[in-house]
Design a protein around this ligand. Structure first.
Ligand code: AMP
Length: 191
């Protein structure tokens, strides 16, 4: 199996690149943010809970997020591999993902990290908010909070994968296809 963690701050381009990668490598895309938003739309209990954190730019608690991710992985027993987009965001999530994949006799192949500086992220998120209408992209305070949470809680997850020699950084600024090619080169080198 090819299991990729697509990593990077909010607005780095994870969603855009995931769409292209799943098409090329025939992987299952699991975006925890998208799954939470679908639950909010469907007015589920999980959606109501997630929204209370998302609206403030905070992380949804690990226990809830991990349980949801596990259930999504279990729903796809025939997947050739996964792209995890927006997960893991904490060390506890990374550890839980390793345990889950090990129980299925597989593991993370690579963590690909899109590197984009903070001022560019803020510009992109505000622009995206105008089109997507995502509440958390429309409010500059919430955007700042998400970037702060990324720096304090999520960025350290990089070390977890560096220790396993799985971390690969990619410049996330430039043409979409150029960035996509850089990602593919990293994947093809380990496939
Ligand atoms: P995203 O679509 O990845 O930008 O995520 C939007 C929001 O969903 C985040 O700001 C968090 O509130 C929540 N979220 C998404 N993924 C996770 C995760 N792995 N752990 C905790 N919260 C998450």
């Amino acid at each position: 199996m090819l299991n990729i963690v697509l990593f990077g701050p909010p607005g780095a381009g994870k969603g855009t690149q995931s769409e292209k990668l799943i098409e090329k490598y025939k992987l299952k895309h699991l975006s925890t943010g998208d799954i939470f938003r679908a639950n909010i739309k469907g007015a589920t209990e999980l959606g109501t809970l997630a929204k209370s954190y998302m609206d403030k730019g905070q992380l949804v608690p690990d226990e809830v997020t991990i349980r949801m991710l596990e259930s999504e992985v279990n729903k796809n027993p025939d997947a050739k591999g996964f792209i995890f987009d927006g997960f893991p965001r904490t060390k506890a999530q990374a550890e839980a993902l390793d345990v889950l994949l090990k129980s299925k006799s597989t593991s993370i192949t690579l963590m690909l990290a899109l590197e984009v500086e903070e001022s560019e992220l803020k510009k992109r998120l505000l622009l995206r908010g105008k089109d997507s209408g995502r509440a958390d992209d429309l409010n500059p305070d919430v955007i700042q909070k998400r970037i702060d949470v990324y720096n304090s809680e999520t960025f350290p997850v990089k070390d977890y994968y560096t220790e396993q020699a799985k971390y690969k950084g990619i410049n996330g600024i430039g043409e979409i296809d150029e960035i996509f090619n850089s990602l593919c080169n990293k994947i093809d080198a380990v496939k």
